[in-house]
Design a protein around this ligand. Structure first.
Ligand code: SF4
Ligand code: SF4
Length: 208
């Protein structure tokens, strides 16, 4: 695994496999994780999350002087932020857990969200092959590793395309939209763990 987060995730998957194998179930069947999306709307221009955007660059964590750290392996190198800098660093958070959710049937294609988006990441256009579509967006989507968010066909035959790679999760599109077609929703993923939740219901009933 590339880091400790992946190591823990792989550990969960291994535990699910062992549990299902010992329960006589097909280990190729992987129970879906739990997913919730909860609207963060509190009013027309208010959200339950802090949607203000800070343009600050990343703050550098101060280090202890090398004459101390090189003299003793027990001396910690990183001293950590003082409270004021720590607060400023937290304000750089892009709220990646708060998703922009688009409801096609509510959209009247007024383009108000396109106008207000500070990152030009929303486009209404004709659909097409992904590689070609990427070049036609308001701001070309250059990071091919990041999927595009593409809606079903709208009334005019166009689609809404959003480049997730540059979205700031600021919520301005959702504040501006006159019909509520955009909403900011907090995403929570509940990983399936070993135990009753990862077993087939029928087998569970038969075992009871
Ligand atoms: S949340 Fe902000 S940056 Fe993202 S699409 Fe909406 S207006 Fe643009
Ligand atoms: S502001 Fe709302 S209704 Fe207007 S184009 Fe955007 S999503 Fe559609």
């Amino acid at each position: 695994p590339k880091n400790i987060i992946w190591a823990v995730a792989h550990g969960h998957q291994a535990a699910v496999t062992i549990d299902r194998l010992l329960s006589g179930e097909d280990v190729r069947e992987r129970p879906a994780p739990g997913v919730t999306l909860v609207s963060q709307k509190m009013g027309i221009h208010e959200w339950t999350y802090d949607n203000d955007i800070s343009n600050d660059a990343r703050y550098k964590v101060p280090w202890a002087p090398p004459e101390q750290t090189l003299n003793s392996i027990a001396t910690e190198v990183e001293l950590g932020f003082d409270p004021a800098t720590a607060w400023k660093e937290t304000q750089r958070c892009l709220n990646c857990d708060v998703q922009t959710v688009f409801e096609r049937d509510k959209c009247i294609e007024c383009d108000a969200c396109v106008d207000i988006c500070p990152m030009d990441c929303i486009t209404f256009t004709g659909n097409g092959e992904e590689a070609e579509l990427r070049t036609r967006l308001t701001a070309p989507a250059l990071n091919g590793a990041q999927d595009l968010y593409v809606s079903d066909l709208l009334r005019t035959g166009r689609v809404m395309v959003k480049d997730e790679d540059v979205c700031l999760h600021c919520g301005l599109c959702a504040e501006r939209c006159p019909t509520g077609a955009w909403d900011m929703r907090k995403f929570l993923l509940e990983v399936t763990q070993a135990g009753p939740a990862c077993r087939d219901r029928t087998v569970r009933r038969a075992a009871a």
